[in-house]
Design a protein around this ligand. Sequence first.
Ligand code: ZN
Ligand code: ZN
Length: 355
Amino acid sequence: MRRVIIGLLAIIGLVTGLAWLSRDRLGEMVFNRAVEASYGKDATAGLPDGLHVILCGTGSPLPDPGRSGPCTMVLAGKQLFLVDAGAGAGRRIGEIGVPLGKIDATFLTHFHSDHIDGLGEVLMLRWAASGRKLPMPVHGPQGVDKVVSGLDTAYTADYGYRIAHHGADIMPRSGAGARAFTIAPGNGPHVVYNRAGVKITAFTVKHDPVEPAVGYRFDYKGRSVVISGDTAPTRAVSRMCNGCDVLVHEVLNPAMVGKISATAKAHGDRRIAKIMSDIPGYHSSPVAVAGIAREGKARMLVFTHIVPRMPSRLLHPYFLRGVAQAYSGTVVMGEDGMRFSLPARSEAIEQAELL
Ligand SMILES: [Zn+2]
Ligand SMILES: [Zn+2]
């Protein structure tokens, strides 16, 4: 018995030693396999015809390594749309496995920095990935042209470097950057995109002093998704939802943010105390959103733009206190990489995690 154990230990030692000595070759093998296995990955391939929502950023301006800045993708049939592009959005989309070159158009809800500070990166990655000859259409409320031309100015030098380096056939200048489409001002909801069965309706929300700020409703083959953008509680969202399948709504927990504000005050940090006491006024509490989901008869409520940062799922019950009493539908704390699929002309809502 002793001899067997000694023999086994010797074999294990020998194998471990050999593996250690050839660790560079093992690394090469693992790397090569990983490249082959992941190359050309497309998380949207094989999905049934319908409306699909992919969360590519569920965070806010507050730093959170687990959540990119605001970013929601909507795949409607074969058309892929992006709503907002916060910091890290492009990298997160790549990590999820959606080819950036497939994005057909972007819709911005408003111009707070956290909703646009990943847009330059998205435009660059889309251009490099696709070789498209036309820039990305970027729709948004009044002022979107300034955002687009500002980014264009900032990136002009880099456009030149890329073209010089890779050639104009790989990186056609005409496909760089974005082209702005301004949503006409107006109080009532209006259709801003209507093509191949996909209807996108913009509606004004309440994010004072940020004006204009809008949300979007997507309709495709009997399925619907409403994205609130940043807003204080407003009936505009419940009216637009009106029985929608999925309501993706921003959220801020005032008790938690209040605690941060009080702690800052106790430490004599008036700046942070003031900012933290200002922000709940133009966002929506979990219970208020639950009320909007109930009034709007949403079949599923997905929280995004989650403030403050949630370092652990163990905090979710506290964050969501009172929500179950206000809304009886399914509630999801959104996380980067979640996908919600609404197959065409059905009632189903299928949920998956892509990360
Ligand atoms: Zn925001
Ligand atoms: Zn905002």
